[in-house]
Design a protein around this ligand. Sequence first.
Ligand code: HEC
Ligand code: HEC
Length: 205
Amino acid sequence: MKRLLMILAVSLLTLNTQADNHSGNIEQGRAKSAVCSACHGVDGNSINPEWPSLAGQHPKYLVQRLQAYKAGEVKTPLAALMNAQAMALSAQDMADLAAYFASQTVTPGAADAALVEAGSVLYRMGNEEREIASCAACHGPRGRGNPLSNVPAIAGQRSAYSVAQLKAFANGTRDGGLNGMMHDVSKSMSEDDMKAVASFMQGLH
Ligand code: HEC
Ligand code: HEC
């Protein structure tokens, strides 16, 4: 019985990895990315401050986001632009596109000199009194994120996009991830906090 259970567990595990394991192909992804490049840039560096850069982002996170848009789960003001795009993608397309954008390099922007000090303090230390967790604790001191726990890289991200996402986490139009962690982080941030930390992240590299 024990042995049978073990075989069952092992085969379930294999099944599971096979189901999730659409391994992405960078060249296929490059070929499929033409339609995306109109907004996200040919090399994944966005051409509009409201649209996110995808270059260097963790592939699993990119796939998870595409699935959320495809399922219509994202209710942000600009989600409609992405829902239509994601609708047309198969699981293999998502894996290929994610592999391609992950292989590109993000070009950091500049932080606003007037905001960088406040942004840097909030990013590194958070604000205990107002229950804002340190961003660095999860996104890393250099903003690279953590692929194992599906925390996205935010270094070099377009600041207007980041502000919009922080607002969306706070008001629930975007799911805050595991246990709503980004909802908890953002709910007591002021608009000035969001702008300062987003500006700092845009210049982070
Ligand atoms: C018409 C412009 C447009 C096109 C074309 C487009 N996107 Fe987007 N994309 C956006 C916008 C705007 C957002 C942010 C939406 C929001 O605020 O929720 C976004 C968000 C994303 C995100 C989430 C990024 C993050 O950091 O969480 C991913 C992944 C993505 N797009 C991938 C793609 C892929 C792959 C394609 C091509 C198949 C594509 N996009 C085509 C405009 C576009
Ligand atoms: C407990 C861990 C944790 C902490 C602390 C945290 N984050 Fe996050 N953050 C996440 C996770 C996980 C996601 C992805 C959520 C999802 O699945 O959509 C995320 C997503 C984001 C995004 C969206 C990125 C994108 O590409 O769309 C931004 C912006 C962000 N965080 C900024 C911050 C800022 C600013 C702070 C500090 C004030 C912070 N985070 C603190 C875990 C954390």
